[in-house]
Design a protein around this ligand. Sequence first.
Ligand code: ZN
Ligand code: ZN
Length: 119
Amino acid sequence: MKCKAHPTIEAIAHCLVCDSPVCKGCIANGNESAPQCARCVSFNSMAETENAQIIQTEQLKQQEAEEKERISREKEKKQLRLKLGVIVFGLIIIVIQFILVNKPVSFIVPRQHHVDQLA
Ligand SMILES: [Zn+2]
Ligand SMILES: [Zn+2]
């Protein structure tokens, strides 16, 4: 006898609920001593499946939220590091310029400097 859902595959059991011949792949509950076809399993345990799906969806949502939070935290860290880097870089530039020019940093008063040069 062939499986009801798979006409090319030999059935190894009958569904306990609807008595349809089912192949190994069709025994949806994975229990060969109490086989049920996929349709009956889904029908019988629809509530269970829905609950499981809801739980799974909730877990996925939670995981997603956690992942998003982690990513945003990392972004914040990166931005903070970037800001710190910019500040340190600016300080280094100021110090270098101060050492080289040995006078107050010229780009703080660029206008005056410019006017001086023109005059
Ligand atoms: Zn069935
Ligand atoms: Zn089958």
